[in-house]
Design a protein around this ligand. Structure first.
Ligand SMILES: [Zn+2]
Ligand SMILES: [Zn+2]
Length: 359
């Protein structure tokens, strides 16, 4: 099957400037697949990237790393996928031969490139090229919306793995956006004794309760750390900071005293300061967490297949590719959970609530 000669694709040309360009479909390399878009999530990192505020890449960039599509053509050397496969991408493009790659930490590849975040290709396009080795075939039972949650869930799965054994432990999750809520889902599978979730928005706190948080706390409280400790009944063994700004990291350290772990999983935009004497004297572990490995993708697929995640809880708005700028703008309010850009032009750009007719 041959794709059309031209494609539309979303380009963030400058801070807060999101355009649709029509251009030639790129030449397919031997190890690449050509994939036709079905849906692509808009990520918190896209929000930062589109504002020109991402710590590791700047516009112009080609967004779309939470992508689901159908393989329409494969390069000569490709045997990982076949034409017609429905796939999602593990967007970390790794070299395979550096120290992290050869020691089981390829998400930290020294030569890492990131599909949809600074790389020459991203998923918000009618068709796109990607190394076929980074594609995972989506189980046939999954809806596109479930498949669109595989990549976002893989990050929390990885963060929970890095936290160590959570059985019988107390956990706090700061921030109930997509990452925080999916950390909640992933942590609940690990036998956690009690989980408290914080957010400034009442709607997100309610969603966290519905997804199994034992208690929620308004993150705007000035005594946040004490309030969380009160709800936990003790200090937190592990805090997942899904916001990663000065006040949240500071509060997280206060919550885990003494001897606890702070997992920094939310995309951090700028340096902050920490109370190093406290970290040292109280033996606090600060653990960064970024992206995922193939095993995290497989676990995320398993979690979704098990019914632990209901896509309709997470996907709160959809926009056609031609209106991608509106999808990015909708990220601004913070009220949405996961926003999708879809290939189908007939989708009404108005947001579709979960009570509505999402497939
Ligand atoms: Zn993302
Ligand atoms: Zn590498």
């Amino acid at each position: 099957m041959n794709a059309a000669d031209t494609r539309r694709r979303v380009v963030v040309t400058a801070p807060d400037t999101i355009e649709i360009h029509t251009e030639a479909v790129p030449e397919l390399k031997d190890e690449e697949a050509l994939v036709r878009l079905r849906v692509s999530g808009v990520c918190g990192s896209d929000k930062a990237g589109a504002h020109g505020e991402h710590a590791f890449f700047k516009p112009p960039y080609y967004p779309g790393h939470e992508v689901v599509g159908e393989v329409v053509q494969i390069g000569e050397a490709v045997d990982e996928v076949a034409v017609g496969d429905r796939v999602t991408a593990e967007p970390t493009l790794v070299c395979g031969h550096c120290k992290p790659c050869t020691t089981g930490r390829e998400n930290l590849c020294d030569n890492l490139e990131f599909f949809g975040c600074g790389y020459r290709e991203g998923g918000m396009a009618d068709v796109f090229t990607i190394p076929a080795s980074r594609l995972h075939v989506v189980p046939p039972s999954f809806t596109d919306h479930q498949a669109a949650l595989i990549e976002p869930l893989a990050t929390p799965v990885h963060a929970v793995r890095l936290a160590g054994d959570l059985a019988g432990k107390t956990v706090a999750i700061l921030g109930a956006g997509t990452i925080g809520l999916l950390v909640l889902v992933a942590a609940r599978q690990k036998g956690v004794r009690r989980i408290v979730v914080t957010d400034t928005l009442a709607s997100k706190r309610e969603l966290a309760l519905r997804l199994g948080a034992d208690a929620v706390v308004d993150a705007a409280r000035s005594d946040l750390a004490e309030a969380v400790r009160a709800e936990l009944g003790e200090s937190a063994d592990v805090v997942f900071d899904c916001v990663s700004i000065q006040p949240t990291v500071q509060a997280a350290i206060q919550m885990v005293l003494k001897g606890g772990t702070v997992v920094v999983v939310g995309g951090a935009r700028r340096p902050i300061t920490i109370d190093l004497p406290v970290v040292q004297e109280y033996q606090v572990r600060i653990q960064g967490a970024t992206t995922y490995r193939a095993e995290d993708f497989q676990d995320a697929i398993g979690l979704i297949a098990s019914g632990a995640v209901d896509a309709t809880d997470f996907i709160t708005a959809m926009f056609p590719l031609s209106r991608a700028a509106e999808a990015f703008a909708a990220m601004g309010s913070g009220a949405e959970v996961k926003i999708l850009v879809t290939a189908e032009d007939e989708v009404d750009g108005a947001k579709l609530h979960k009570q509505g007719s999402l497939p």
